[in-house]
Write a new protein. Structure first.
Lengths: 419, 166
């Protein structure tokens, strides 16, 4: 039988034969992930299951990245629970303090995820690793506890929507714009219970970082996974990050897709998702003149080195508008150091930016950039639900790093090409 | 189980930040989470809820983050059942794992209005609207998920699997 990427990867991890979408299969997992918000509940369930030992201490990742550096006593208590569990179980991949980065930027750069892996995480943006050709998906804490105990979990083999991109990307347009365009097209439940599979010349030319940005937001269309073929670029990335033995991966010819979309990027400018859903997408030029109070550059979506360089290219020799707080959060310690070594921080400081530590922080309204009532932010993050970044009366616009940086300078949403 | 209560109807794409905003995720306690249930939709929303009331929603209920705190908050608020046109995927799994009854009814959700008195037969997946007399039947749960439910949820299921492994 010809398999889609999703079916192919699931098949590699189960003894049952996958013959149709919708089939429920038990699969062995490659890595199980939880963070400082979701791990405490997972640990509670793990104990309630009567589990004594995690299935493999090298295949569990516990990343304390959401409310860290701990924002208050309650969050410090939660991290303490995770830390003690990690020590007791001898979990190899436990991260906090100077080791921690935003989980979905951190795990790929540590070489912990790669093609053909199945990764389950108690975090909805676990789908990011689809950018490397992994079947990766978010689950709740109790499902994750089950996977930590058994080393396997059940999946309903998803039908797949194939999205092919043709054409040539315009300047200041990248992975973020492609995925926002797709979400705008199919809606926040357009890929519900489905996998998205991306392909075409635009994808072939896109960097691994750009692919991870796209895979990251598959969940914003309701998707179970956002999958990319693993090509020479993927293999080079994996090797550079310490992995060995990975092989290329693509869907079988003749695989059955539920839906096939063919999109041309010719003439498409930067895209922005307006409040209060990620599918409320418009071209940046339609929003010109909309004042912003804050710009956030960072997160698991766009906090990688490529994103910081993109922002720096806009900010070089310019200053953030006096009425805008520009906050830049490199997503991992390695990215932080690289940005420092490349001189990007000088550019950011000259622009009047606040450069903060790696943390999810403001993306989910945790800390380090919360909005007051009536305030508006432009952010490179992934969600703009009402109240996501603070007050229920605040607004979040989602964009790529160049648009966020340019808007910080202009004090209003602007196309970087017109700054 | 037969649940009788008042319907609280909400719209489409109710996200988990609406069900329980991130600032409350520093606790795993059902009572504390329940006291702030739907605080991201309307402050003080939970005050309207009496024990065994039923949430009724349009499509894609529970979209967004994977936080299991969302079904726990609903249960903690005294809501044992959510009826929706459709559910977001992660929330659907979480609901089952937490013992929150989720009934997907498609277009029939239009037959359930805010304030209606509903009687839900959770085993049969049948909703009787006591205000209008209409009956709504939910879509069938996949066989494997029914097995999980019959086993008492994921926690006892994993417990059993672990015992078999030893």
């Amino acid at each position: 039988m010809s398999h889609t990427l999703a079916e192919k990867i699931l098949q590699a991890h189960t003894d049952e034969e996958i013959t149709r979408a919708g089939q429920i299969v038990n699969c062995r997992v490659s890595l199980v992930l939880a963070n400082d918000i979701t791990a405490p509940l997972a640990i509670k369930s793990f104990k309630a299951m009567g589990a004594k030992q995690v299935f493999d201490r090298d295949r569990i990742a516990l990343v304390c990245d959401h409310f860290t550096p701990n924002k208050d006593i309650a969050s410090a208590e939660q991290v303490k629970v995770v830390r003690e569990f990690a020590r007791e179980q001898g979990v190899t991949h436990y991260y906090e303090g100077g080791n921690v980065g935003v989980e979905h930027a951190l795990l790929p750069e540590l070489g912990l995820v790669g093609p053909r892996d199945i990764v389950v995480g108690a975090d909805s943006h676990t789908c990011t690793y689809g950018g490397l050709g992994a079947f990766a998906t978010g689950m709740g804490s109790t499902d994750i506890a089950g996977a930590m105990a058994l080393g396997e979990t059940w999946f309903k083999a998803p039908p797949t929507i194939r999205v092919e991109f043709d054409g040539q990307l315009e300047p200041f347009v990248g992975g973020k714009d492609l995925i926002l365009h797709v979400i705008g097209r199919i809606g926040v439940s357009g890929a519900l219970y489905r996998a998205l599979e991306f392909c075409g010349p635009v994808i072939d030319a896109l960097s691994i970082e750009g692919r991870m940005t796209m895979a990251n937001m598959a969940i914003e269309a309701g998707g179970k996974a956002g999958l990319f073929p693993a090509d020479a670029k993927t293999l080079a990335y994996c090797q550079a990050h310490g992995r060995t033995g990975d092989k290329a991966l693509k869907a079988d010819p003749g695989a059955v897709y539920e839906q096939e979309l063919s999109l041309s990027v010719a003439g498409m400018g930067p895209q922005v998702a307006c409040p209060h859903l990620p599918d409320n997408v418009r071209g940046v030029d339609e929003l010109k003149g909309l004042k912003v109070d804050q710009a956030i550059i960072g997160s698991c979506t766009n906090g990688r080195i490529e994103d910081l360089r993109e922002a720096a290219n806009i900010l070089r020799g310019r200053k953030a508008h006096k009425d805008v707080r520009l906050i830049i959060l490199p997503a991992t310690p390695r990215i932080w150091r690289q940005a420092m070594d490349e001189g990007l921080f000088g550019i950011f400081m000259d622009a009047g930016a606040v450069v903060g530590p790696p943390t999810c922080g403001p993306c989910l309204g945790g800390h380090m950039g919360i909005l007051a009532g009536g305030e508006r932010a432009i952010a490179t993050t992934n969600r703009n639900f009402r109240g996501r970044m603070g007050s229920l009366e605040s607004e979040v616009y989602l964009s790529n790093p160049a648009v966020a940086a340019a808007s910080a300078v202009a004090g209003e949403i602007i196309n970087p090409a017109k700054l | 189980m037969l649940v009788t209560g008042k319907a609280h109807k909400v719209g489409a794409h109710i996200d988990t930040d609406a069900i329980i905003p991130a600032r409350f995720l520093v606790s795993t306690d059902p009572v504390e989470l329940g006291a702030n249930c739907m605080e991201g939709l309307t402050p003080g929303w939970v005050k309207r809820v009496e024990k065994n009331d039923i949430m009724v929603a349009e499509e894609n209920f529970g979209c967004g983050s994977s936080r299991e705190h969302a079904p726990i908050a609903l249960l903690g608020a005294g809501i044992p059942v959510v009826v929706a046109r459709s559910f977001a995927r992660i929330f659907y799994r979480n609901g089952f794992n937490m013992g929150l009854v989720l009934l997907e009814v498609g277009d029939d959700v239009a037959k359930l209005k805010d304030g209606d008195r509903l009687e839900v037969d959770t085993e049969a997946g049948r909703i009787r609207n006591l205000t209008t007399g209409e009956v709504v039947q939910c879509n069938k749960v996949p066989a494997f998920m029914q097995e999980l439910l019959d086993a008492g949820g994921l926690v006892p299921y994993v417990k059993k699997r672990l015992a078999e492994k030893q």
